[in-house]
Design a protein around this ligand. Structure first.
Ligand code: SIN
Length: 483
């Protein structure tokens, strides 16, 4: 069992209207540590009746929450942030136990998630309006920003803490109330965050967390009281949620799939590029929507890059992330390993060469070796699809134009990366890459102070920064006449 300072953080009930509740049906869902296949705990599995109750509670709480002053909301958020910092080690252990990532990565995720609360606690005080220049004699025009209302959030298992917090924080800062459904594989992080929200004094009904069936997602999208849906997950599910949300014209924020090109030009600092590619590709065992999915290396340094990359990929120590010295945890489950393995073998069947890995690791069914594929043809699935596993396909290119064409040859456009010392090329490439984010000589780009999000089929809207707050606000224009 987990050895926590604050065992109260592990909950098996959901949090609705300030109460910890069981499922009406009595159903339970088992939460399993993917590193050991052991059950951590069982959690109540809720459904539509409880989702309706949570939405009603959030709607009832909205008038109270929106009428709090910006300073009051800010102070509550800051108090919540302090409690998260105080409990960061326990939160990290919970996260590693349910999701698998090494403890160091989990600690970084907890702090990263908390930084959204800190940032938005400050931003809550800067939701300014506008005064428009007087258009004619007796008229004055104003714009104010107001909370959209009840927000429904659906979050994934790959970042169970940060993906959840970065939706709650701007919602509450904006004056919205919130009903969130974390992934059933990893519900404990979100429930622990709710424990601390309750302790921080966030009023009842403002923040609700429901663990349960997919029908909760359908209720969130269908229910007219919910005015906005925010989702992080796959592009097909995002499209479905957008369609479901259309009937009630909800606002939507969708953070969907990626297929990030990681482009390394001949003139790049090769050590920086290899380190950046390793960090971007293999953190969270490659289960990150912004991770380097296609590594494109210019011919002049291709062989040297591959040699150094393979050496570093082989140095990862796989195992239970709660143990010291482990640098890569399991994938989320054995099925995910099978899917990743199938992608590797499909690439090999199309002519790619296996430079390292390519099979399960003996630590268990959910572990896959860090794998490097070289000279990969572009008709392989690893070129076209998001891999979501610790597999690095490396492609060769000759010219800047070819790199750009390869990079943009995808329906999605979340993150991209570019390694070169040529400032004119940096500018040209940044303008032409069809992506929401570009890392320039940098493989880790996420930050609460910056707009995270994609173009094309990678989604709609941004998370983080003041742009992310705007997605939780409606604009109201007022025209004052008769002056
Ligand atoms: C994600 O994969 O959803 C988020 C990754 C990040 O925030 O860096």
């Amino acid at each position: 069992m987990l050895n926590l300072n604050n065992p109260e953080l592990v909950r098996s009930q959901s949090y609705i209207d300030g109460e910890w509740v069981e499922a009406d049906s009595g159903e339970l869902v088992s939460v399993v540590n993917p590193a050991t296949d052991e059950e951590i705990t069982v959690v109540a599995k809720l459904g539509v009746p409880e989702a309706k109750r949570a939405i009603n509670a959030a709607n009832n709480a909205w008038s109270l929450w929106r009428s709090k002053t910006a300073t009051e909301r800010s102070q509550l958020l800051l108090h919540w942030y302090d409690l998260i910092i105080e409990n960061q080690n326990d939160l990290a252990k919970i996260l590693t136990a349910e999701q698998g990532k090494p403890l160091l990565e989990a600690q970084a995720e907890v702090l990263y998630g908390a930084s959204y609360i800190e940032w938005y606690a400050e931003e809550a005080k800067r939701i300014n309006g506008d005064i428009i220049p007087q258009p004619s004699g007796d008229k004055r025009l104003f714009v104010i920003k107001q909370p959209v209302g009840v927000v429904g959030a659906i979050t994934p298992w790959n970042f169970p803490n940060a993906a959840f917090v970065r939706k709650v924080a701007p919602a509450l800062a904006a004056g919205c109330t919130f009903v969130g459904r974390p992934a059933t594989e990893t519900p404990l992080s979100a429930l622990a965050i709710a424990v601390l929200a309750e302790q921080a004094g966030i009023p009842k009904g403002v923040f609700n967390v429901l663990v349960g069936s997919r029908s909760i997602g359908a209720e969130l999208t269908d229910n007219p009281l919910v005015r906005k849906i925010t989702f992080t997950g796959s592009t097909p599910v995002g499209k479905k949620l957008m369609k479901q949300s259309a009937d009630t014209c909800k606002k939507v924020s969708m953070e969907l799939g990626g297929n990030a090109p990681f482009i390394v030009f001949d003139d790049a600092d090769i050590d920086t590029a290899v380190d950046g590619a390793i960090a971007s590709k293999f953190r969270n065992a490659g289960q990150t929507c912004v991770c380097a999915n296609r590594i494109l290396v210019q011919t002049g340094i291709y062989d040297e890059f591959v040699t150094r990359f393979v050496e570093k990929a082989a140095a990862f120590k796989l195992g239970n992330g709660l143990e010291a010295g482990i640098t890569m945890g399991p994938m989320i489950n054995a099925k995910a390993v099978d899917e990743t393995d199938a992608l590797v073998w499909e690439a090999l069947s199309k002519g790619a060469t296996l430079a390292s890995g390519g099979h399960r690791h003996d630590a268990g069914e959910s572990f896959y070796m860090p794998t490097v594929l070289i000279d990969v043809p572009t008709n392989a699935r690893v070129f076209k699809e998001e891999i979501f596993g610790p597999v690095a396909p490396i492609f060769r290119f000759e010219s800047e134009q070819e790199a750009l064409e390869l990079a943009n040859d995808t329906e999605v456009g979340l993150a991209s990366y570019l390694y070169t010392k040529d400032i004119s090329r940096i500018w040209r490439m940044c303008e032409s890459l069809e992506y929401g984010m570009v890392g320039i000589n940098e493989g880790i780009i996420s930050n609460a102070m910056a707009p995270f999000g994609g173009v094309k089929e990678s989604g709609v809207g941004r998370e983080g920064s003041s742009y992310g707050l705007d997605d939780y606000l409606e604009i109201k224009y007022m025209c004052l006449g008769g002056l």
